[in-house]
Design a binder for this molecule. Structure first.
Ligand code: ZN
Length: 436
């Protein structure tokens, strides 16, 4: 069996922040050069393959949209002063705005302006992927300061046939069965949603790339919704190999970890995450699947019904900074990214080591002492805890319980159950039954 380091890996979040700082200024969208350039930066860290799917490609009930690129955008007042400037913040321009150069009075301009009266200093994030229009976003204070008069609106963008770009990395394991790690990467200059997810998935891939693996790992870096739909439409056979999956997003804020279960609800991934969070000793939340949120919506659509949940900190829409300019480096901190990544690694430890073992001497308890099993586990656990873990493993190793079943039934941390099983497997008492 491959050997992983102990359950909670020590992880440095500053590397994730450094990657996010490189990605932050880029204007990403569901297509276009900003998305492409962002994935190329990830390629410096992990060997991602970039795929290009042509505009107009039919993907189930959807069509891959035209590619959007923007060079410049601003609004000038009557004195020729830029009062809204895309060059100062990507969020100032409604994502997917069509090109325009036109003069108009304030009343007309205001129909295309978006602000947040409840947070008057923040710029909202708005998109218009599937309705051809244009618009600008600005702080409510800036909006209120606009004077009557004629304004010049200028958007130098193109919306033309091109491609939808996504990144994919497959790390082969001993098994053909796969673990899916999926993250969206279409948001411009927003940290928790979604640069934190991009950074976590990248460093998770880098970490797993250097480890022996039982499962095959598939990482997808996709534009939200349309990217996942596109991948699923073009990879139905591969999708059937996904045994466990997690959608990564919102993993850098101070909030507690939150797990949204897969549509199946009681899948191994749902139980593995529940077990890790329960034994982590920190407040956390478990929520049931609902057909809203991130790309678990697509993976858990009834025609796929994959065992894919979503592991976040504060979920989408539940933090005030969500989809605003305040989702920045004041919200996302290295220690929270590190804690999230360590949690993902702990969940993967469970998946990697969850097996079926069979007791070879099931009639009454075997003698542990004569096999030198007392106090043999170490790892700071008391002899009592170690012996209890071995007794549980022997008792439940009847061909009907995996190690995760045993950890749940015994209320013992998976890592200790696993080490108890390893110690017993080294004797004549236990053998492994191959899963899958
Ligand atoms: Zn979002």
């Amino acid at each position: 069996m491959p050997t992983f380091s102990p359950t909670f890996h020590s992880v440095d979040g500053t590397e994730l922040i450094a990657l996010m700082q490189r990605l932050y200024p880029i204007c990403r969208s569901i297509t276009g050069n900003g998305l492409r350039q962002s994935l190329q930066i990830l390629q410096e860290l992990v060997p991602l393959t970039l795929h290009e799917v042509p505009s107009g490609t039919q993907v189930f009930d959807w069509t891959v949209p035209k590619e959007w690129n923007v060079r410049d955008a601003y609004v000038k007042n009557a004195q020729g002063k830029k009062v809204i400037d895309f060059q100062k913040h990507n969020l100032h321009l409604v994502n997917y705005s069509i090109p325009i150069q036109q003069k108009m009075p304030l009343a007309e301009l205001k129909k295309h302006l978006h602000s947040l009266p409840e947070y008057p200093e923040w710029i909202p994030y708005r998109t218009s992927y599937y309705a051809e229009t244009w618009g600008f976003c600005l702080s409510h204070n800036e909006l209120e300061a606009l004077e009557e008069g004629e304004y010049e609106v200028y958007i130098d963008s193109t919306l033309a046939d091109g491609h939808l770009t996504y990144g994919e990395l497959v790390l082969p394991g001993e098994l053909a069965e796969e673990v899916l790690i999926s993250t969206h990467c279409c948001h411009p200059s927003l940290c928790n949603d979604n640069l934190a997810g991009m950074a976590l998935a990248t460093f998770l891939a880098r970490h797993l790339g250097g480890q022996p693996r039982r499962y095959t790992y598939r990482f997808l870096f996709l534009p939200g919704t349309i990217g996942a739909i596109t991948w699923l439409a073009q990879h139905e056979a591969q999708a059937a190999r996904i045994q466990h999956g997690l959608v990564v997003a919102c993993v850098g804020d101070p909030g507690q970890m939150t797990y949204k279960r897969s549509r199946q609800g009681g899948a191994v991934i749902d139980r593995a995450v529940a077990h890790v969070l329960a034994h982590k000793g920190q407040p956390h939340a478990m929520i049931d699947f609902s057909p809203y949120g991130y790309d678990e919506r697509q993976y858990c659509s009834p025609g796929f019904n994959l065992a894919v949940g979503s592991l976040t900190r504060t979920p989408y829409g539940r933090f005030p900074q969500y989809h605003t300019s305040a989702d920045n480096f004041d919200l996302v901190k290295p220690e929270f990214l590190a804690d999230s990544l360590a949690t993902y690694l702990a969940v993967i430890d469970v998946l990697e080591h969850n097996r079926m073992v069979i007791n070879q001497k099931p009639k009454c308890e075997p003698q542990l002492g004569k096999r030198g099993l007392y106090g043999s586990l170490g790892g700071g656990k008391s002899t009592h805890d170690s012996v209890m873990a071995m007794l549980w493993v022997l008792n439940l190793a009847d061909g009907r319980h995996t190690l995760l079943d045993m950890a749940e039934r015994a209320s013992i941390e998976f890592d200790l159950i696993r080490r108890a099983a390893d110690a017993l497997l080294a004797t004549d008492l236990l053998v492994e039954e191959k899963l899958g």
